[in-house]
Design a protein around this ligand. Sequence first.
Ligand SMILES: Cc1cc2nc3c(=O)[nH]c(=O)nc-3n(C[C@H](O)[C@H](O)[C@H](O)COP(=O)(O)OP(=O)(O)OC[C@H]3O[C@@H](n4cnc5c(N)ncnc54)[C@H](O)[C@@H]3O)c2cc1C
Length: 317
Amino acid sequence: MPADFFAGRTEGDDEIMRGDLSRILYDRTKDDVEYLFDDSLTELVDGADGVKVTFEKAGTRHFDLVVGADGLHSNVRTLAFGDESRFLHEMGYYACIFSTPNHLGLDRSERLYVEPGRTTNVYSTSQMTDAKALFLFSSPKLSYDHRDVAAQKKIVADAFAAGIGWEVPRLLESMRTAPDFYFDSLSQIRLDSWSRGRVTLVGDAGYGPSLASGQGTGLALIGAYVLAGELAAAGGDHVVGFANYEKEMRAFVEQNQKLGLQTVKQMVAPSKAAIRMQTLMLRVMPKLPGSKAIMRKVTQIVHDAANGIALKPYVGE
Ligand SMILES: Cc1cc2nc3c(=O)[nH]c(=O)nc-3n(C[C@H](O)[C@H](O)[C@H](O)COP(=O)(O)OP(=O)(O)OC[C@H]3O[C@@H](n4cnc5c(N)ncnc54)[C@H](O)[C@@H]3O)c2cc1C
């Protein structure tokens, strides 16, 4: 199926790999922003006129405000708000992704292989020399050391060991020597408030919608834009700025988190019957009269969520 038929993506959409986006953002800001690599925070002390921040390596410094943009397992969130178990909601699925040789010769396309509770996806986007292999599976809560990559690879290999065909064994073999590897539960972050005193959260740290929503990067970038805009509009008054940031963003975030909860059920089919139904729909749908309009309607929810906020121009534009 062409991507615009399936309509998760439409004309004018660009797909940018996370590493490329990081590089772009870094290049555009490195002359104005001080970056401290390979460091982390050990303590935050919020005071009336600033935050005392202790780094693992860079000692103690004072800042007017602290913005935690350190992802799903945010350390800033733990230091300022408490243990992650209070905010991280697991969805009952696990995901693994790594780079793999593009032996299927994919060019801006993807292949899906589905078994009950287990989905394998291989794709290659424009200007990518290799391909990405994504494994998704439903599972009760697993316990593992998040630094033990070998153990995580074994979890994935075991989950896909029995009754799996197609290219999966070859992909799993390539996982052993993959140059990169990601493994985690599909989880959402939910907090009653994203700010506490002079500390606030942006992106996955504050409101991760899970990879199933496909909107986490959008939320993170828009969140940063709205936070900066509202702080500027409030003349730097963080109490007003933080409150308005949340007021502007909350409904948009909730819409995208709802999307994540709905989408994951389509990404991992629960039974053979569900797979048969899904496959039949995908085969028949393109041949039906008005199929494009039907598909658009089905996926309208994604577009509504992605565009579910009207961005203000803020000051200085
Ligand atoms: C497999 C997969 C597919 C995805 N697909 C999509 C998609 O198609 N579209 C989409 O929009 N989103 C997608 N997402 C989600 C998206 O990647 C995230 O929502 C997005 O990266 C969140 O951005 P962020 O800046 O909030 O956090 P992150 O990108 O996680 O960045 C956090 C940064 O903080 C750093 N950090 C973490 N802890 C510490 C610490 N203790 N000390 C110092 N630094 C620290 C990390 O190194 C990292 O650089 C996907 C995610 C996954 C895993």
